[in-house]
Design a protein around this ligand. Sequence first.
Ligand code: MN
Length: 242
Amino acid sequence: MSSERDPSRRQIVQGALAASALAAVAHANRGSTGAASPAILSRAMAHELPPLPYADNALDPIISAKTISFHYGKHHKAYVDNLNGLLKDLPELGALSLEDLIKKVAGDTSKAGVFNNAAQIWNHTFYWKSLSPKGGGKPTGKVLDRINASFGDFDKFKEAFATAAKTQFGSGWAWLVANGDKLEVVKTPNAETPLTQGKKCLLTIDVWEHAYYLDFQNKRPDYVTAVIEKLLNWEFAAANLG
Ligand code: MN
């Protein structure tokens, strides 16, 4: 009799697989090494591409569905796939949360690939949330109070944020961050993120060419101005400020 037609054997096999999966999850939670199946272990711990917080055409015409299809569907997804591939050979890093992983490998040149892909996953997820089809305009409440105290007024903040985004040489990011009670505008190159500098991120603008080239070609300043005026998600900034 073949095993496929033998219900008792099938049940035993399924039971063993379930037990193995449970053991792998328990094992991952402990963050130790042991005899769990590597295949099941890696599936249990894989980093995932978070869903977009809006439809792919929600930011049109400033950021088109075509840009989103490449930027989210190809670039952001590739960072996730690349990181999961790299972590297969680094089981000691596999159980860390994305934020803990970024902080752990920051500055370690032997882990530059892990840092770049992990930080780019985090930066992009933060960028999508920094934008909203109902965004733009002027914040209120605590965020506006802190902006006024830190920059003088909202127009001076906008000028500082736009300047950082326009003048970041090459690929990178412009950020509004909280450094203690003070709000600051900073820019970071490539995958670098204020997350590793002890600063609380409030908003970001991606200024890699892939963020704007299909919609604005070489006119980065026009993309930056449109994002600041029409898309910045001040509710997200307020939630981050706390
Ligand atoms: Mn990007």
